[in-house]
Design a protein around this ligand. Structure first.
Ligand SMILES: [Zn+2]
Length: 257
């Protein structure tokens, strides 16, 4: 794939930081963004400044061990999370981390966005799992994400926020918008007190559509809302029915409370 120049990547990060701020996905100095420039160089946002008012000269270049190569500011304290994702996912060239309020509300409530409620989200992201809490800025945070990074392109971070990543920064940003939009839809179904999940037959059709339109490794496993115990679909499907069972349990808890 064509890699953008360093100049283009700098202006993409500045533009995307403004969009995150304008949409209210970050407050104060929250959030961080990065782009993979080459095999051993990552362009990333600095710590301690609003991502809504950065200039391209505020950005920092680090190597894959997090050592600063260029830039006058200090690198984001979440650099470990970015490097983990780039190491584990050679297909990823852009990462966005933010605290959009509805999705972060789900993360603070300990609820994953893993129910098949909206067909577009099922096609694009499959499901959005919840990583356990890890102290920001420490290796603990990256460790909580590690088991989820290979399979998922968007992850809720418990009591913290959301991280999304993709083939470029724009695709990572789009996934952040999708996550927050879906969180709002899911919240409304909770307020309405009813969730009508897509059934297995409909999910199978969405899997077929995804395989046709998207690279298979770019989207997470499908959520399944009822168990499919006949062995059709193999381990991935069976594992997913566990998510669905948890969702059902959670749903009944929500309705009771
Ligand atoms: Zn954060």
């Amino acid at each position: 794939m064509h890699m953008p120049s360093q100049f283009q990547s700098r202006s993409e990060i500045v533009k995307t930081g403004k969009m995150l701020h304008q949409r209210g996905y970050i407050a104060a100095c929250d959030g961080n963004l990065s782009v993979r420039l080459s095999k051993n160089q990552v362009l990333v946002t600095p710590t301690g400044m609003s991502k809504g008012s950065m200039r391209s000269s505020d950005l920092v270049i680090v190597d894959m061990s997090g050592r600063k190569l260029k830039g006058r500011r200090d690198v984001t304290s979440e650099i470990g999370m970015h490097l983990l994702i780039y190491r584990m996912r050679p297909d990823v060239n852009g990462i966005v981390h933010a605290h959009p309020r509805t999705a972060t509300g789900f993360a603070a409530a300990g609820i994953a966005l893993d129910q098949p409620l909206a067909c577009e989200v099922v096609i694009g992201l499959g499901q959005i799992p919840l990583a356990p809490y890890g102290t920001p800025g420490t290796p603990e945070l990256a460790r909580t994400l590690e088991p989820l990074v290979p399979q998922f392109d968007a992850v809720l971070m418990a009591n913290h926020g959301v991280v999304t990543y993709g083939v470029d920064l724009q695709s990572a940003y789009m996934k952040m918008e999708t996550v927050e939009h879906f969180a709002q839809i899911a919240l409304i179904t909770h307020i309405l007190g009813k969730q009508q999940l897509l059934d297995c037959a409909e999910l199978d059709k969405l899997i077929a559509a995804r395989n046709k339109y998207l690279a298979v490794n770019s989207a997470a496993p499908m959520p399944v809302h009822s168990s499919n115990g006949n062995g059709n679909g193999g381990a991935r499907r069976q594992k997913k029915s566990t998510f669905a069972d948890e969702s059902r349990d959670r749903e009944s808890t929500l309705l009771r409370s």
